[in-house]
Design a binder for this molecule. Structure first.
Ligand code: FAD
Length: 517
């Protein structure tokens, strides 16, 4: 089962017993690490922070946290660990912002590397015909946004939330409402500098060490630690027209989404979400969105029905407002939403991209950010999305008061299929994200156990109905499940592991490979 065992170690949390046996002599390992000469430093005490992540259900204590100042700190630590006589070897987990969900950036009795320490001096923007920015692997996307905007430039592909590190999102994919046009973040990188599980520092790109380059992108941290990345940039607009419309029929909603992502002259961002059994829905939007027709909108009642919200954004500069409005009217005229439910907003580019941070601040102030997050992210092929929606939104999920449920299609033709990322085999795939928060002490429908059982029902349905779905930000407990997940790509994944991290010391929290003892 995918549901971890509950132990009495930590009554509010689930805890999965790590497969690696504990080191019998951790004090001699600590002594050995203390002999290393570094630009940065190790911490051996107060390590609880490194045993925590956004998921807040897995807590593995390391024996040390490295705060590297230089790339050579990371490489010499890895080489030192390989030379140490201990068996099994100490494991090493790069930790970006620790926004993983199930301990992926943790290392039980191993070494966690705090990648944000590498941050500065960090960013070099190169303007010109093919603009890019060189950044540290521990850099936050929000900082990259602010820096590149100084040059009128910006990365093209984003995540919904920007307080994540480059290394963390590039180890997965980095998918948001721009991915239909630009591909995920892993397709918008020109070059990486990586420290492999052998301790070597290697620069790689499509032209140089391409196997490592594509392996690391979407590679779940298995082949190396990203210490620098060269990220593609494009011209940045200053403002964003942000639009929401509602549908009561799933097929009309998804047809419109698919229509929008197939056209070149479309919106710049396309997402969507599901609203199940919510009342007073539109009142929640009033602070930031205005109805096009206030009277009609006030008569619209969402009570009880399943609704689908299409969310679109168009970037623009203030001097272009007239042509922008015409363009938007034309695009909207091709859609079949419920006419009274057109809601509009105008915000700055930064406000738009940083929108989830605003919610984060609100949740933090209520103590609702650091709760368990039993999230489930799936990629569903277009040909089966209707079956998925019918069963999951119609039968399994009774309401979405535990958190948003995102659903939007992306065009896989824009994605490079040489990376390690696994996707369903179709040209259009949907990202469906169940972004639930659980109340730690609740045994009801807002409790962890209930939400995890519901997630498992969704996974069971996908398997039984043979939807060809894949998990995004995947999490499995056995190697057989990983093998299934990777399918035909598994062999390449294993070969890369033996080439770049033969002793399986990197990113143990993904639980894909175990060390031979
Ligand atoms: P961590 O959790 O620190 O690390 C993740 C994994 O990458 C670990 O295995 C770790 O060992 C490894 N790793 C970290 N740094 C490096 C490095 N430098 N080199 C090699 N491996 C490394 N994802 C999307 O695609 N789209 C979204 O819109 C999106 N929205 C999100 C919103 C929120 C509020 C949150 C919490 C997460 C969201 N995510 C989204 C998921 C997010 O992309 C992943 O959880 C990502 O791993 C988080 O980055 P991080 O820096 O916190 O990584």
């Amino acid at each position: 089962s995918c549901i971890p065992r509950r132990t009495n170690l930590c009554s509010n949390h689930f805890f999965d017993t790590p497969k690696i046996p504990p080191h019998s002599d951790s004090s001699s390992l600590v002594l050995s690490l203390k002999t290393l000469t570094l630009d940065g430093y190790f911490n051996f005490e107060n390590l609880e922070h490194a045993a925590k992540d956004f998921g807040n259900t897995y807590h593995y204590l390391p024996i040390a946290v490295l705060h590297p100042k230089s790339v050579s700190d990371i490489s010499s630590t890895i080489k030192h660990i390989l030379d140490m006589g201990s068996a099994p070897k100490l494991t090493v987990a790069a930790r970006g912002r620790g926004h993983s969900l199930q301990g992926q950036a943790q290392a039980y009795q191993g070494v966690v590397i705090n990648m944000e320490s590498l941050e500065r001096p960090s960013m070099y923007v190169i303007t010109g015909e093919v603009p890019y920015v060189d950044v540290s692997g521990g850099e936050l996307w929000i900082n990259i946004l602010h820096e590149t905007l100084k040059y009128g430039l910006s990365p093209k592909s984003w995540t919904d939330y920007l307080h994540l590190t480059v290394g963390g999102t590039l180890s997965n994919a980095g998918i948001s409402g721009q991915a239909f046009r630009h591909g995920p973040q892993i397709n918008n990188v020109y070059q990486l500098e990586v420290v492999t599980g052998r301790g070597e520092v290697i620069t790689c790109s499509d032209k140089k060490n391409a196997d490592l380059f594509y392996g690391v992108l979407g590679g779940l941290g298995q082949f190396g630690i990203i210490t620098r990345a060269r990220i593609s940039l494009g011209p940045a607009d200053k403002m964003v027209k942000w639009i929401r419309v509602l549908y009561s029929e799933f097929s009309t909603f998804s047809n419109d989404q698919e229509h929008l992502i197939s056209s070149e002259n479309s919106f710049d961002y396309i997402e969507g979400f599901v609203i199940i059994n919510r009342t007073g829905l539109l009142n929640n939007w009033r602070s930031s969105f205005n109805p096009k027709d206030p009277i009609q909108a006030s008569q619209f009642s969402s009570d009880g029905k399943i609704l689908y919200c299409l969310e679109m954004a168009k970037y623009f500069n203030p001097e272009e407002t007239d042509s922008l409005n015409q363009n938007i009217e034309k695009l909207l005229s091709e859609l079949n939403y419920i006419p009274s439910t057109l809601f509009l907003s105008k915000v700055s580019y930064v406000e738009f991209l940083n929108r989830v941070h605003t919610s984060e601040m609100k949740l933090r102030s209520k103590g609702l950010w650091e709760v368990p997050h039993p999230w489930l992210n799936l990629l569903i092929p277009k040909s089966r999305i209707f079956d998925f929606a019918q069963e999951v939104f119609g039968n399994i999920v009774k309401d979405n008061s535990n958190g948003p449920i995102l659903i939007y299609p992306v065009n896989k033709a824009k994605w490079n299929n040489r990376t390690s990322m696994v996707t369903p085999e179709e040209d259009i795939i949907y990202l469906v994200a169940f972004l639930s928060s659980a109340l730690p002490s609740s045994t009801g429908t807002d409790g962890l156990e209930h939400i995890m059982t519901q997630n498992q029902r969704i996974l069971d349905f996908c398997a039984k109905a043979q939807l060809g779905a894949k998990q995004y930000l995947p999490h499995y407990s056995s190697q057989n499940e990983w093998q299934d997940h990777f399918g035909p790509q598994w062999e390449t994944f294993v070969q890369r592991k033996s080439a770049y991290d033969p002793l399986a010391i990197l990113a143990p929290g993904q639980r894909i490979f175990q060390q031979a003892i």
